[in-house]
Design a protein around this ligand. Structure first.
Ligand SMILES: C[S@@+](CC[C@H](N)C(=O)[O-])C[C@H]1O[C@@H](n2cnc3c(N)ncnc32)[C@H](O)[C@@H]1O
Length: 322
């Protein structure tokens, strides 16, 4: 059966309807269209609201016809995995909705967020990275907030942020830890200038991590480093060794965040991508997470590994976690 689709952004006039077909058939349909060069595509399925409480794949009978129910998440996941954006669905002929997809920009996919020639300004104010905010990602906000709560910090903790950039983590930490004082380090002068304007009370240093010890910053109740330890040219193992041995209070906690995503054409896409792999390849991420998990355990920390788009390794003093 076909139905009349809505207008833009998907312009095709004949729209395929899927009722009882398995997901693998829908995937094959979408992949065939993409292989043929389509940049937009659409199809109709049962309105997921009709099958609330059913699992994906269970049948829902509407007007004497069986439809396979799939929650909205299935369509969001399908879009994400195939490099597509899901437009706002439209109700066409109840109980059907029209799902409209458009391909994410290939140019954006090929362009890293960090582009400056100068290594220190790779993630500076002029980089595409500056347009991205983790504070609008629910999973990051929820997981990071839980990690901070797990650390059971004193009422007025000292917090160090390695790779503070423009201060997004500080914005969240300030809400979570209203009594905290903050110190941040980053070698991007343009990013630190923005962070200083946002957080005039924080002590923010334009410096390379290699100079950490000479900054004589003292010891901290919490050290965070998000999306930074895998940076180009950084001896992250040595940096963490210095932090744990010289700058972590005896009961101090750490939260290290490892990106497990890419940002493409305005969308966050799950999984780190290796050259020549079409789908996410998590080998390097798993290796680094396993290393820091073991390292922190060896330094008397109970370690939690949480997160989705950012994998968070949280180390708290044994016996202090909630
Ligand atoms: C990917 S960004 C992450 C920034 C921020 N934590 C976030 O998640 O939004 C990594 C940051 O680490 C900084 N950085 C990388 N290597 C550094 C080094 N050797 N010394 C100081 N800062 C460094 C970069 O300038 C950048 O701001």
């Amino acid at each position: 059966m076909t139905t009349t689709p809505g207008a833009d952004p998907v312009e095709s006039r004949v729209v395929r309807v899927f009722r009882g077909e398995p997901l693998v058939e829908i995937l094959a349909f979408v992949e065939a269209q993409l292989a043929a060069g389509a940049t937009r595509l659409a199809f109709c399925v049962l309105d997921p609201d009709r099958g609330r409480g059913h699992h994906a794949g269970e049948l829902v009978r509407e007007d004497g016809i069986d439809h396979v129910h799939r929650p909205w998440r299935v369509w969001v996941d399908l879009a994400e995995r195939l490099g597509l954006r899901l437009a706002t669905p439209r109700v066409v002929e109840p109980p059907l909705v029209e799902l409209r997809f458009e391909r994410l920009s290939r140019a954006a996919d090929a362009t890293p967020l960090a582009t400056a020639d100068d290594l220190t300004e790779k993630y500076g104010a002029a980089s595409a990275f500056a347009r991205v905010s983790k504070l609008e990602e629910p999973s990051f906000v929820v997981d990071f907030s839980e990690a901070v709560a797990r650390a059971k910090l004193p009422p007025t903790p000292r917090v160090l942020d390695l790779g503070v950039n423009t201060g997004d983590e500080l914005a969240l930490l300030r809400r979570l830890l209203p009594g905290a004082t903050f110190v941040g380090i980053d070698h991007s002068a343009s990013a630190i200038a923005i962070a200083r304007a946002r957080f005039p009370d924080a002590s923010l240093h334009v410096a390379d991590f290699a100079d950490l010890v000479s900054l004589e910053l003292g010891s901290f109740d919490l050290v965070v480093s998000i999306g930074t330890l895998q940076s180009t040219g950084l001896d992250d193992r040595e940096l963490v060794r210095q932090v744990v041995q010289r700058h972590l209070a005896p009961d101090g906690a750490v939260i290290f965040g490892f990106p497990n995503c890419r940002y493409v054409d305005g969308e966050i896409v799950y999984g780190t991508r290796m050259k020549n792999f079409r789908q996410p390849e998590l080998g390097l991420l798993v290796k680094d997470v396993a290393f820091y998990r073991k390292y922190l355990q060896q330094h008397e920390r109970q370690v939690f590994v949480t997160g989705k788009y950012y994998v968070l390794v949280t180390g708290v003093r044994i016996g202090s976690a909630t």
